[in-house]
Design a protein around this ligand. Structure first.
Ligand code: NAD
Length: 339
């Protein structure tokens, strides 16, 4: 099949080309994101392949459909950037990669926790400058501390298992209980109890209307003073302005984020040397106790390989008329936003 692959970086091309060799699909890689303006690039391509920041809205889909596209292949799990109803109306099938790196994301989360707690990000710079002072680098033992995990699906469970290995107590909140987490000693509680008793709070639930700004001023007020807050899930789970206030008052002791509400204007691009216009993001970067990574938690060799292989398995299912287990259709859950 002829596939127009949008939002590609060198690493995407490498892993997709390698996984495509037995399939012999005709892949054409485009660096720009797919949106209303770039959709014309996919003229006469029966399939387009997209990632998290492509804008597959109704107007983009109309252009694609009018030029012969019948398949949208997501290289991610989240489909909040696709208008599924418009796709269905236009006869376009949408498929995705439902899960590809739960270990990668959980391990990156632990990396943020360890770096923030022991100030490794600051020590790295200090030592390079010949500053070997320990002032301001004081951490705490993870052993015996309480980690509150919100969302105990694939990633939240693995994080719980790893933190249990450090000797932490695990509190959890989810709309469904995970028996594996309970079996290893994790305790489900309501959110106020989790907020009040956790030394570290880590977010692993999807972004939905219910979880939008789950961490707001009211929630922060209920947390232990100097709590460590970690978000590797979705930026809009956090009200960033409220978190900035929490950092300024020291109610939040440290913040580690791999995602940011307005990240699509920033992440995955090299903007060094440019003037960043987002003042909220820039304020975050001024705190010594804030560590930000640019949506890289998923970014492991295993994940890129898994994404590439699942992408071609999905294309093969649709091409050969088989039911594809990874097809997504318009329904209420389509509002869920996972990546
Ligand atoms: P999952 O579907 O296995 O688990 C999500 C869990 O959240 C489920 O147990 C679900 O019941 C729970 N949940 C749903 N609504 C909730 C609510 N209102 N309150 C509390 N819990 C709720 O998903 P996963 O694979 O573990 O991924 C978790 C999140 O990680 C994703 O939603 C995605 O946003 C994020 N993610 C980030 C990256 C990255 O690179 N940073 C990569 C992959 C996934």
């Amino acid at each position: 099949m002829k596939v127009a692959v949008f939002s590609t970086k060198a690493y995407d091309r490498q892993f997709l080309s390698a996984a495509n060799s037995p399939n012999q699909h005709e892949l054409v890689f485009f660096e720009p994101r797919l949106n209303h303006d770039t959709a014309i690039l996919a003229a006469e391509f029966p399939a387009v392949c997209v990632f998290v920041h492509d804008q597959v809205n109704a107007s983009t889909l109309e252009i694609l459909a009018s030029r012969g596209t019948r398949l949208v292949v997501l290289r991610c799990a989240g489909f909040n950037n696709v208008d599924l109803q418009a796709a269905a109306d236009l006869g376009i099938t949408v498929v995705r990669v439902p899960a590809y790196s739960p270990y990668g994301v959980a391990e990156h989360t632990v990396g943020l926790i360890l770096s923030l707690n022991r100030n490794i990000h600051r020590a790295y710079n200090r030592v390079r400058e010949g500053n070997f002072s320990l002032a301001g680098l004081l951490g705490f033992n993870l052993n015996g501390r309480t980690v509150g995990i919100i969302g105990t699906g694939k990633i939240g469970l693995i994080l719980g298992q790893i933190m249990k290995g450090f000797g932490c107590h695990i509190l959890a909140y989810d709309v469904y209980r995970n028996s594996e987490l309970e079996a290893m000693g994790g305790k489900y509680v309501e959110l106020p109890e989790l907020f009040a008793n956790s030394d570290i709070i880590s977010l692993h639930c999807p972004l939905t209307p219910e979880t939008h700004h789950l961490i707001n001023a009211e929630a922060i007020k209920q947390m232990k003073p100097r709590v460590m807050l970690i978000n590797t899930s979705r930026g809009a789970l956090i009200d960033t302005q409220a978190v900035i206030e929490g950092l300024k008052s020291c109610q939040i002791g440290s913040l580690g984020v791999d995602v940011y509400e307005q990240e699509s204007d920033l992440f995955f691009e090299d903007l060094s040397g440019e003037i960043i216009q987002d003042d909220v993001f820039q304020r975050l970067t001024t705190f010594p106790n804030v560590l930000i990574t640019g949506h890289q938690a998923f970014f492991t060799e295993e994940a890129l390989q898994n994404i590439a292989e699942t992408t071609f398995a999905n294309i093969a299912d649709v091409e050969q008329g088989r039911p594809c287990p990874n097809e997504v259709r318009a329904q209420p859950q389509a509002k869920e936003s996972v990546k």
